[in-house]
Unconditional design. Structure first.
Length: 174
């Protein structure tokens, strides 16, 4: 009789514990981000080349070329033929986080700016500061690039979720 009683107590205890384990809350637990089905490295190749945007008396130029499996980018802004801003960037793939990481150094500032780039569709990627990657919806700075054709893309720039500018780029050279 004691053995039956002990067996029943253990069985009831295990049943209660298993029900409690299944009912645990998942609040605050973040599931891992599933890897993107978009090949970030391959899609970035569509942006290789020399791109130009002209707006009034200002010209924006982006020169993007392969560097190994990444990209080396030179960016400049000219007004009335004079360079008013320029910078150089390296872009490489971070496999662990499935993003492209950009490190940008401007000619007038010794601080490196780190950006996170992620394609959201085959023709569109978003870039934020790396520090905002966990919450891109509320990023301080955000750029959206959308490839409209093999030779044109639109860059939309946001600051604190407010649209600041839109630039239409045309490919000048592949």
């Amino acid at each position: 009789m004691k053995n039956n009683y002990l067996t029943i107590v253990i069985a009831v205890f295990m049943l209660i514990c298993s029900i409690r384990i299944q009912a645990q809350s998942t609040i605050g637990i973040q599931p891992p981000t599933p890897p993107s089905t978009l090949n970030q490295v391959e899609l970035m190749k569509h942006f290789t080349g020399i791109w130009k945007c002209e707006s009034k008396d200002t010209t924006f130029i982006i020169e993007d070329k392969y560097y190994g499996d990444g990209h080396e980018v030179y960016i400049k802004t000219e007004t009335k033929g004079k360079i008013i801003w320029e910078g150089k960037a390296l872009i490489g793939y971070d496999k662990k986080n499935d993003i492209l990481v950009e490190s940008l150094l401007a000619h007038d500032n010794p601080n490196i700016i780190l950006g996170a780039i992620r394609f959201t569709s085959p023709n569109k990627f978003e870039e934020t500061l790396l520090q905002d990657i966990s919450n891109p919806e509320n990023a301080t700075l955000k750029w959206i690039y959308e490839l409209k054709s093999p030779d044109s893309f639109i860059e939309t720039y946001f600051q604190n979720n407010k649209k600041v500018s839109v630039h239409n780029y045309k490919r000048v050279k592949l």
